[in-house]
Design a protein around this ligand. Structure first.
Ligand SMILES: Cc1ncc(COP(=O)(O)O)c(C=O)c1O
Ligand SMILES: Nc1ccccc1C(=O)C[C@H](N)C(=O)O
Length: 395
């Protein structure tokens, strides 16, 4: 069997098809895991070679301030991410991991309210829960981490809740929450919001300012393609800066680090949330990876993402009749991120077989088969080939 004509026609008029060329991806692989580790933009290799040979190798310490200007690299990367998440450049700080930024955001948010309850999704990504637990230990156990199923969040926005900590797109099911509606409902009860955009940033247009979000965090190595362990980001709405203290007050977030003053004084804007020395190699990789988005209209990207996931769900539908396979991802576009997941009792074994055939997705406990779609490098033909391979493995 070969790729059906209707899918080839969709690919023929795909406005993003030229983007595939910008990525180094093995031809014999259908890589459906850009939601865990994004593929490598080819330009990153050249950029890193330049950083090694010239910026580090020849210019050495002069690169902190010279042409390379490593000191401002976090801010330059922040400006590129800000465009993708609907924020002002001065509201985004780049560096550290998502986990650490979750700690910064949660600590700063809790400081702005006398309330002690953190409301979260019971199935939130583990690190979000763990960071809240660690912060609670630091605060002497005064917090209550209240976990409820995601469809009951709205009903639990009660006046004792101080902070709402949510991941916009669920890493297991791919279900997308209504960030605008939940943020407004939280604010109506005097609750601050911390949104984890790990599976949102770079997957579709995020509108933090439009949603009046207070705090957000996100990953650099998933849909932003910044490479393994890429720096993460923290968003703090401008109106929260004055009241959001910098607890991890490192010298690189100081207003004038080389003044070497004895007292901490925050830098302007979100730069204050940068802690220590910028990780230049990984920041450089992320900086160049973000250039892939420079000419991309995020609405066009979203339309293609939905077309890919719609196609996958349609092609998989007959398999759900024949096998103990059930769709875990909402079919409504407004409730879907850029991944599609299924429950299957033998999910782990099936995913291992798929990976052995070059169809790379994820198994997630307890029974989830997860497939991530990346409009920058997937075609509808890839979706069809993936579904064919899955059908053969299930058979
Ligand atoms: C929702 C979510 N938050 C956070 C993380 C990861 O955080 P970190 O980069 O600190 O490992 C992930 C994935 O690893 C994730 O899916
Ligand atoms: N950072 C990683 C390191 C190793 C293996 C996976 C990850 C992931 O990012 C997993 C991802 N957060 C997920 O949604 O499952």
């Amino acid at each position: 069997m070969s790729v059906p004509a209707d899918l080839l026609a969709l690919d023929a008029r795909d406005p993003l098809s030229y983007k595939r060329e910008e990525f180094a991806l093995p031809d014999d692989l259908i890589y459906l895991d850009g939601n865990s580790l994004g593929a490598m933009p080819k330009a990153v290799a050249q950029r890193l070679q330049h950083v090694l040979d010239e910026e580090w190798g020849r210019q050495l310490i002069r690169s902190w301030t010279g042409e390379a200007d490593w000191m401002s690299l976090p801010d330059r990367v922040a400006a590129k991410i800000a465009r993708l998440v609907g924020a002002k450049p001065s509201e985004v700080a780049v560096g550290d991991s998502t986990s650490i930024n979750t700690f910064k955001a949660l600590a700063a948010a809790l400081h702005q309210t006398p309330r002690k309850v953190v409301l979260t999704d019971a199935d939130n990504f583990p690190t979000d829960l763990y960071m809240a637990q660690g912060l609670n230990a630091l605060l002497g156990g005064q917090l209550e981490l209240r976990r409820v199923p995601s469809d009951q969040i709205a009903a639990h926005l009660t006046p004792d809740v101080g902070v709402l900590l949510l991941t916009e797109v669920d890493y297991r099911t791919g279900r997308k929450l209504d960030m605008r509606g939940l943020t407004a409902a939280a604010h109506a009860q005097g609750i601050l919001t911390v949104w984890d955009l790990a599976h949102s940033a770079g997957a579709f247009a995020v509108d933090l300012n439009g949603c009046e979000a207070d705090f957000a965090i996100g990953c650099g190595y998933k849909y932003l393609n910044g490479g393994p362990g890429a720096p993460a980001f923290l968003y703090v709405a401008e109106r929260c800066h004055a009241a959001a203290p910098v607890f991890l007050s490192g010298w690189m977030g100081h207003a004038d680090p080389f003044e070497m003053g004895r007292e901490y004084a925050p830098a302007a804007g979100a730069r204050r949330y940068v802690v220590g020395t910028p990780t230049v190699l990984s920041l450089s990789a992320l900086d160049t990876a973000l250039d892939v988005f420079a000419d991309v209209d995020m609405e066009v990207l979203r339309q293609k993402s939905l077309s890919l996931t719609d196609t996958f769900i349609r092609l998989m539908q007959p398999l759900t009749q024949k096998h103990p396979l059930t769709l875990a991802t909402p079919e409504a576009h407004a409730e879907r991120g850029s991944q599609v997941s299924y429950h299957h009792p033998d999910a782990k074994n099936i995913m291992n077989k798929l990976i052995a055939r070059g169809i790379v997705g994820d198994f997630r406990t307890p029974d989830i088969l997860r497939f991530g779609f990346t409009p920058l490098y997937h075609s509808h033909a890839d979706v069809w080939r993936a579904a064919e391979g899955i059908a053969e493995v299930l058979a």
